[in-house]
Design a protein around this ligand. Sequence first.
Ligand code: PNW
Length: 464
Amino acid sequence: MTTPSELPAMPAGFVWGAATAAYQIEGAVAEDGRGDSIWDTFCRRPGAVADGASGAVACDSYHRWRDDLRLLDSLGVDAYRFSVAWPRVMPAGSGPVNRRGLDYYDRLVDGLCERGIRPFVTLYHWDLPQAMEDAGGWRSRDTAERFADYAAVVAGRLGDRVRDWITLNEPYVSSIVGYAEGRHAPGVREGHGALAAAHHLLVGHGRAVTALRAVSPGARVGITLNLSPAVPATGSAADRAAADRMDLMLNRQFTDPVLGGAYPDGFERLYAGVSDLSFRRDGDLKLIGAPLDFLGVNYYYRIHAAAAPYEQPDPALRSACDIGVRSVTREGVPVTDLGWPIEPRGLYDTLTGLAGRYPDLPPVYVTENGVAELREDIGADPERIRFIAGHLAAAARAAADAPVDLRGYFYWSLLDNFEWARGYGPRFGLVHVDYPTGTRTPRASYHWLREQLAGRTADQFLTS
Ligand code: PNW
């Protein structure tokens, strides 16, 4: 198959956007009353983040947000997905509200509305207030309640202009990468605790959905999940079973409760001896599985799964990511600079798979998809253009082949930014950022996307 270099025609009303997240772009971590988040703490831990980097300055968007608005405006996107930092709004996670923190998002939302750009607001993109972590973090059910309180506060301030809300970004990463792998904040390696965190994140999601709708009756509410099809590295029974375990941990642990109102089959078996799952309570699934206005899907790559020995033979000592699986690179599959396989068909399979498994699948937005380069390349990024066009073609095919109501696509990311434990090496941006001067320079992909978007109205008219 040849790789397209143009965007496919999408139905009228399709939302084209770009995405960012608070801790990755804002900087200004000690300004205007912001409290510490678990990422501020994690970044201070020796060896936790590449080059000892942190989000203390990042893209300085807390001060340069007008530049970001100008970039979005001239790009011609319909929407901007950004996140609100919980510790700016409630420095201790609960209790007093910090007006100055909310003021920042108020200005940003006003600026978007003035330019006709629709805000998609993520309420939690991993920056848990440190004070909440000190009280148990997501292992504690109370954090879910506090999250809903915070969601209500944000909606109370922004809900007159913001319609589209995303409760959580990638609860898999918050729980499994943060509490089981320990590669992300808070950087612990647990079994039961990580599974409790995953569950409480979903409870927090459910409570936040209720709170958002109560405060802002016109709200459209969704959640963003990172989904990666797990395919067996070989046809062996062992690799097929490994792929199934990976799919359970990474995908179905989240999609089944949220979209199907049920815990996935096989989950208790997967974690037998690791956790008794005693954090589950009656009524949780009803809350977690309440109908959503949309699902956000983050897709980067698919996983080629092979059976591997458990790191820890004794289940009682196992972390929740120790499931006897390793992911392998397949001969002939191109990879990005981060080693992530480039396979648009994984996005096709994700979308059609959702439609096949969940009869009541709500409308879907691709809330992230993108490619990073490790080179400090300011201008030419043909790989990025091919990546975007290839993945959109796959998404459009999925929407044509399956009952998927695909409503939009957000490129990750508008800007080069703080890529978590990898620091500032990987560059995902349509726009290059020079650290730490903060100078923003649009890349070729930005100009390409701008031209594609400028020409889209006529195309869409033809096909709709
Ligand atoms: C997503 N991992 O995350 C996030 O939503 C973004 O904040 C991030 O910048 C983007 O993808 C690109 O990575 C992930 O190491 C980041 O397992 C890292 C991991 C997984 C997801």
